[in-house]
Design a protein around this ligand. Structure first.
Ligand code: CMP
Length: 158
C-alpha cells in the first residue's frame, strides 16, 4: 500500500498570517511616464488584490496633509510640490503581509539603492521622483487609505 504522507502537528501553521492592507500611490511621475498599467500589472502579478482605486490631483494643502509626518524634513517642500504637480493614483491593496511585501516589490526610496527588478529601480529617477509610495506600517496604511477613501468604499476583495 502506498505510504500516506502524514502532517505532523508541529509542522502545521498554528498562526495564520493576517491579511493586511497598505496604500500604494502611483505618483505624478508614474502617470506622466504612462506607467500606470505596467506598475499595476506588477502589483497584481505579485498577488496583491485591489480594494479601492482612483485618479486624483492633490492640492498643495492636501499633499501637505498626506505627508504631515515629514513636515520638519528638509525635503518636505520638494515632496509636496511634486505630489501636487499632477494627477496621482492611490490604490488600497490587500494581501497577507501586504506592507512588507509591497515595500519589497517597490524597492528602496532611493532608486540607486533599490534592488534589481524592483519598480523604483526600473523606473524612478530620484529619491523625490520615485514613481510609487508605500505605507510603512499597517496602521499608517489604514490612516493613509482613509485619507483618500472612506472605509465604506474600500471593498474586501478576497
Ligand atoms: P514615499 O514612500 O512617498 O514617502 C515619503 C517620501 O519622501 C519618499 O517616498 C520620497 O519620495 C520622499 N523623500 C524621502 N527622502 C527624500 C529626500 N532626501 N529628498 C527628496 N525626497 C525624499
Amino acid at each position: 500500500m502506498a505510504a500516506v504522507p502524514v502532517i505532523h502537528p508541529d509542522n502545521q501553521r498554528t498562526q495564520p498570517m493576517t491579511v493586511e492592507r497598505t496604500l500604494a500611490i502611483l505618483k505624478p511621475d508614474c502617470v506622466r511616464k504612462n506607467l500606470i498599467g505596467e506598475v499595476i500589472r506588477r502589483i497584481q502579478e505579485a498577488g496583491f488584490r485591489i480594494c479601492a482605486l482612483k485618479m486624483v490631483k492633490l492640492s498643495r494643502q492636501e499633499a501637505e496633509g498626506l505627508y504631515a509626518v515629514h513636515q520638519s524634513r528638509p525635503f518636505f517642500e520638494e515632496l509636496t510640490t511634486f505630489m501636487s504637480s499632477g494627477p496621482c493614483v492611490p490604490i488600497v491593496l490587500e494581501k497577507e503581509n501586504a506592507v512588507a511585501d509591497y515595500r519589497t516589490l517597490i524597492g528602496a526610496t532611493d532608486p540607486a539603492e533599490a534592488a534589481e527588478g524592483t519598480i523604483r529601480r526600473d523606473f524612478a529617477d530620484s529619491k523625490g521622483e520615485n514613481i510609487v509610495h508605500g505605507s510603512d506600517s499597517a496602521e499608517n496604511g489604514r490612516i493613509e487609505s482613509n485619507y483618500f477613501f472612506p472605509e465604506h468604499v474600500i471593498v474586501a476583495n478576497a
